[in-house]
Design a protein around this ligand. Structure first.
Ligand SMILES: [Zn+2]
Length: 188
């Protein structure tokens, strides 16, 4: 995996960039959590058959499953008496899906562990991207606190900075558009 810190940093950036000023706290938290969720398969793996799609980087890392999971959550929210009323939820849902996808993409850029089953269950092939600059993160805390972890964080820092740069630009563009719309309404 890419490290949990790397996933959280990129997920939080997605939450920031996909939400509006004054209502960013919940999206940032939700997207940061969503960006880590695919690695829940570490907890499942001891109980599933070797080579199955439930093993690490299988179904929980599939872009298809991420879309279905987010649509299921949106449907449940829509049916709930309170959640479906908020106009912020569609953007939060899109943010969470991008955060989930960011996990799969970062993992596909690591230099170790099995490839990512990006299109499972339709295509169970485990894939990596051609560009794999991220050293795979250790799956225990001991090695992560040493030279190995530092090497991972040094590379992931660049991805986190790039994600936050895009998020800040997206936020500025949104605010600019909101200001223009407001002025347009005032002029009418
Ligand atoms: Zn992962």
């Amino acid at each position: 995996m890419a490290s949990a810190l790397g996933h959280v940093a990129v997920g939080a950036a997605v939450g920031f960039g996909s939400s509006s000023r004054g209502e960013r706290r919940i999206p940032i938290w939700l997207c940061a959590v969503a960006a880590c969720l695919p690695d829940i398969d570490y907890a499942i793996e001891p109980y599933v058959q070797a080579g199955s799609l439930w093993t690490h980087r299988g179904l929980t890392h599939s872009l298809v499953v991420h879309v279905v999971a987010v649509l299921a959550c949106v449907t449940l929210l829509h049916l709930s008496p309170r959640g479906g009323k908020s106009s912020a939820w569609p953007r939060i849902a899109i943010g969470c899906m991008i955060a989930l996808w960011s996990h799969a993409f970062l993992d596909a850029m690591t230099d170790g562990e099995p490839g990512v089953a990006l299109a499972s269950p339709f295509d169970p092939t485990r894939r990596f991207f051609a560009w794999r600059p991220i050293p795979v993160s250790p799956d225990s805390i001991g090695p992560f606190l040493g030279e190995w972890g530092l090497r991972v964080l040094k590379v992931e820092l660049w991805f986190a900075l790039a994600a936050w740069a895009v998020a800040l630009i997206a936020a500025r563009v949104q605010e600019h558009r909101a200001r223009l719309a407001h002025r347009h309404l005032e002029a009418e």
